[in-house]
Design a protein around this ligand. Structure first.
Ligand code: HAM
Length: 386
């Protein structure tokens, strides 16, 4: 028997579409417009944006050479493709804010476990051209609105990674600290000292975490502007009634971030607890060849929140059933009339009244319309509210 690939799943859960509908409506209400970018992109796009030192690019890419000899890969995340499209369509030349939302599959060759798939879906948003910290507050509020609407509890963690003014100075301080503890760090962190020292801060090894407790923290080393923005961010969230925790080690696994980073986590889903991650990426557009344009965005992991979505037991739609074959054309015609503004299911197998009512109840319909011999003669239905 041919089975789906490891870490890839069929989706039949109606909550998947509920997430899509809810997130889409909220994003549109915030003034975001839909964008769909290709699933396959040039490998270099991700190498240059997500970063060669990141695990995603280093270990997890579905990368191959296509029949034309191009080095391509299945997108591991959505931001890079949207930025590529933004530049390709010359939106960077217009210098007016552009806001996009997207929903689609992403691919990472990770070791599958609960909450960690090789094909998973993200709902994401990307906002371009807004340097103001109020845009960061706006998108965090957007994500919070989505979770609130779906009845999902969360903890919001925030941090700031600083900008091109304060980051290099902080980086030097951190490297000095890491070098003085080099022998005690894990192999990965030893490599990170030269490749990407900031990533040591969220190393999963307990022994590294012990050492890093005393490491200098970026939020204690921000320049005046970044410090001011970080304070405004906190006040702005408080103003909207959104609780948060400052997590000084929240550096995120992708290299493009500057200033704000944030994650929504859930305590109800096990070890893979991040349900949304995002932040600001003010240098990425320029880095990928566009005109310098600030950007900020996030992505929600749809499969991770699927089981957290509360479904109300609301009965919906009409079930129509025939007790004899001759009644089938009649109910099909009536169903066509009723269907223009509601859900109508026609059972094509003839059954007894009792069997139809049982099936309608089990199917979650709110009403059953059944046609037997008598009803057919009179052009009527046996009607039952469920
Ligand atoms: P990310 O943190 O890599 O960020 O992914 C965002 C979310 O996708 C995670 O919080 C998680 O819910 C979900 N996710 C990630 N990997 C998996 C997996 N293997 N299985 C299931 N769910 C997963 C990004 O992708 C950035 N592009 C977010 C962003 C947008 N930053 C700025 N704009």
């Amino acid at each position: 028997m041919i089975k789906a690939l490891r870490g890839m799943k069929d989706i039949e859960d109606p909550r998947f579409l509920k997430i899509f509908d809810t997130a889409r409506e909220i994003a549109e209400n915030y003034g975001y417009s839909y964008i769909e970018t290709p699933i396959l992109e040039e490998t270099s796009l991700f190498k240059r944006s997500v970063g060669e030192s990141s695990d995603i690019v280093n270990k997890e890419m579905y990368q191959f050479i296509d029949k034309g000899g191009n080095d391509v890969c299945l997108r591991p995340e959505g931001t890079a493709g949207v930025v590529r499209s933004f530049i390709e369509h010359k939106y960077d030349r217009q210098q007016t804010p552009k806001r996009f939302w997207y929903f689609g599959p992403m691919f990472r060759y990770e070791r599958p476990q609960k909450g960690r798939l090789r094909e998973f879906h993200q709902f994401g948003i990307e906002s371009f051209g807004e340097p103001s910290i109020y845009e960061d507050i706006n998108i965090i509020a957007l994500a919070a609105d989505i979770f609130d609407s779906l009845g999902i509890d969360y903890t919001l963690k925030i941090n700031s990674l600083g900008c091109s003014v304060c980051m290099p100075e902080y980086r030097n301080k951190l490297v000095e600290f890491l070098n003085s503890h080099k022998e005690e760090l894990c192999e990965d962190c030893q490599r990170r000292i030269t490749q990407n020292p900031i990533r040591t801060l969220d190393c999963k090894q307990q022994s590294c975490q012990e050492i890093l407790k005393d490491a200098p923290k970026i939020t204690d080393n921000l320049c005046e502007n970044c410090q001011k923005d970080f304070e405004t961010l906190k006040k702005g969230l408080e103003n909207l009634g959104i609780s948060y925790e400052v997590d000084k080690n929240l550096v995120r696994g992708l290299d493009y971030y500057t200033k704000t980073t944030f994650e929504f986590v859930s305590t109800e889903i096990g070890a893979q607890s991040a349900i949304c991650g995002g932040g600001r990426y003010d240098r990425l557009v320029e880095f990928l060849g566009g005109k310098s344009t600030p950007g900020v965005g996030f992505a929600i992991g749809v499969e991770r929140i699927l089981e957290l979505v509360k479904t109300d037991e609301i009965r919906d739609g009409i079930y129509m059933g025939a007790m004899l074959d001759e009644a089938l054309p009649f109910i099909q015609k009536e169903a066509k009339k009723l269907r223009h503004n509601q859900k109508v299911f026609v059972e094509t197998k003839t059954k007894s009244l009792k069997a139809h009512l049982k099936a309608a109840d089990k199917g979650g319909y709110k009403k059953a319309l059944i046609v037997g011999e008598e009803e057919l003669k009179e052009g009527k239905f046996f009607e039952k509210e469920l």
